[in-house]
Design a protein. Structure first.
Length: 126
């Protein structure tokens, strides 16, 4: 079976989130990468540190992105059903809004994880 890159792209975090994760130090091997907003490629083993072009970034799967935050920052967000048709998430005292799909909830959670880590990191000086 031949995989269509466009149909697989939904399995990976979006380019803006992948870029923000790169800025936080994400450098795990990924099977896909982005070359800016409009280029997505599945091409074996790609790491952020292997390319020096700033807009080329590793494209982690949603699962590997959440795993990285668990392993590196010990942040465990739980996504669960809110009712028959809705989803939500929580971490400690933080609770997300309620969303129509699991995918929307994942997106909100990953944005929250990035925000938490960005707030914890010291500002760089020039």
């Amino acid at each position: 079976m031949i995989l269509n890159q466009n149909s697989m792209e939904k399995e990976f975090v979006t380019y803006p989130l992948a870029l923000r994760m790169k800025e936080l130090g994400y450098d795990e091997p990924c099977m896909a990468w982005y070359g800016g907003e409009d280029i997505f490629r599945i091409s074996g083993n790609y790491k952020n540190s292997t390319h020096t072009i700033w807009f080329c970034v590793s494209a982690p799967t949603w699962q590997s992105a959440f795993a990285w935050f668990r392993e590196k920052y010990n942040i465990h967000i739980r996504i669960e059903k809110y009712d028959e048709t809705k989803w939500w998430a929580n971490w400690g005292s933080w609770t997300s809004d309620v969303y129509d799909s699991h995918e929307e909830t994942e997106l909100a959670c990953l944005e929250k994880l990035i925000e938490i880590v960005e707030q914890k990191q010291p500002c760089s000086t020039l």
